[in-house]
Design a protein around this ligand. Structure first.
Ligand code: DP6
Length: 361
């Protein structure tokens, strides 16, 4: 599949009045991590994530009449104010997908977006932001050009388009568990777009994720920069092998309801991600002492109590505590009385297994 598999067409007649479409799209947290890319935003290894529920971006995209054709003309609003820095990334992205949506150069665009989670909380927002925008682009394509796709094709195209904005965003287009990147363990999986995992034990739909905030500052090294450090990384080959096996084993554990294997792989992936950062040519560390303290406590408590809890990390210092609905009360007590007891931020965001993006209006 290439961009030409999603042929775009220009508008045959000029737009006479504004058309707005809106989507709400959630964030996701990777359980097997995408780390390292090649070509036009293609992953070097397969990844597997869970789409969340409460942390989402709401985006409205309006196409307005325009007299002359030219480059992308975007009026960008983030959380109610015009934001030049974000606007620039969005404009660049829209310009890069004019081969799929040629009409982007024939209309003026207004993009309004806001998140349900605080922007300053250090929670990754590119996955929800780019998946919401990609869904809006595909919906506008239907409105403007009458391109009718069935639900499956529509989501596939949105995932493909989201990937071009931010790799992890392609996984947010689907509910629950999704895989991005070719894996022999999952039929239909692809480097070009994410696919939903349809076979999993019902216990995994009761998965919860409490994000324990450690530091809200902007990261010293962005994910995009981190991916670059995988080029020529001394452990690159071993990492690809490991991610391939972890994807296959995690898919199997999801299917059989094997929580112990789930916990082992999820923590292995989180620690590997950060180990790869530390051991890259220009090594860097995104964990804080408080991150290390919390993850040590999670492992100790699991041993002491037998609770089915584990942690994952994205490319930052905040800890995602994963657990299951049936232990919500014990875990809640644990967070308040132990994990966050002496934490300066004392802030958490409770999220859970999500049902995927929703079209608004
Ligand atoms: C550590 O998708 O944010 O969260 O493709 O450059 O936008 P770009 O990177 P991004 O990378 C996410 C990295 C990760 C792991 C993951 O989500 O799989």
């Amino acid at each position: 599949m290439t961009n030409s598999d999603f042929p775009g067409s220009e508008l045959t007649s000029a737009l006479s009045e504004p058309i707005t479409v809106s989507w709400q799209s959630p964030s996701n947290i990777a359980l097997v991590k995408y780390w390292g890319k090649t070509g036009r935003q293609l992953p070097v290894n397969s990844s597997l994530s869970i789409t969340l529920s409460k942390a989402f971006t709401e985006t409205s995209l309006t196409a307005l009449p325009r007299k002359t054709k030219g480059s992308v003309d975007l009026d960008f609003w983030f959380e109610g104010t015009q934001n030049a820095a974000f606007g620039e990334r969005m404009t660049k992205y829209l310009q890069s997908v004019t081969d799929i949506f040629p009409w982007l150069a024939q209309v003026n665009l207004k993009l309004e977006t806001h998140n349900t989670f605080p922007h300053s909380a250090g929670i990754a927002s590119s996955a929800s932001a780019f998946s919401a925008l990609a869904l809006c682009l595909c919906s506008l394509d239907t409105e403007l050009n009458g391109i009718m796709l069935d639900e499956t094709e529509f989501r596939q195209k949105a995932s493909y388009v989201a990937r071009l904005g931010s790799g992890s965003a392609c996984r947010s287009v689907f509910p629950g568990f999704t895989v991005w990147g070719k894996s022999k363990a999952l039929t239909g999986s692809s480097d070009l777009l994410a696919v939903p995992v349809t076979e999993f034990h019902p216990v995994f739909s009761t998965l919860r994720d409490s994000i324990l905030l450690v530091n809200k500052k902007e990261k010293a090294v962005s994910s995009t920069e981190g991916h670059k450090r995988m080029i020529g990384h001394p452990f690159a080959e071993a990492r690809i092998k490991q991610a391939t096996k972890n994807t296959a084993d995690l898919l199997e554990a999801l299917k059989s309801g094997d929580k112990k294997t789930f916990i082992r792989i999820v923590e292995n992936e989180a620690l590997t991600l950060h180990a790869l950062m530390m051991t890259s040519d220009e090594g860097f560390m995104l964990m804080y002492p408080e991150t290390v303290r919390i993850i040590n406590r999670i492992q100790e408590i699991r041993k002491e109590t037998g609770l089915d809890i584990c942690f994952t990390l994205d490319a930052g210092p905040n800890v995602h505590l994963l657990y299951f609905e049936d232990q919500i009360e014990q875990v809640n007590k644990l967070i308040v009385e132990d994990l966050l007891k002496n934490n300066e931020q004392n802030m958490r965001i409770d999220d859970f297994y999500g049902k995927g993006p929703v079209k608004i209006g």
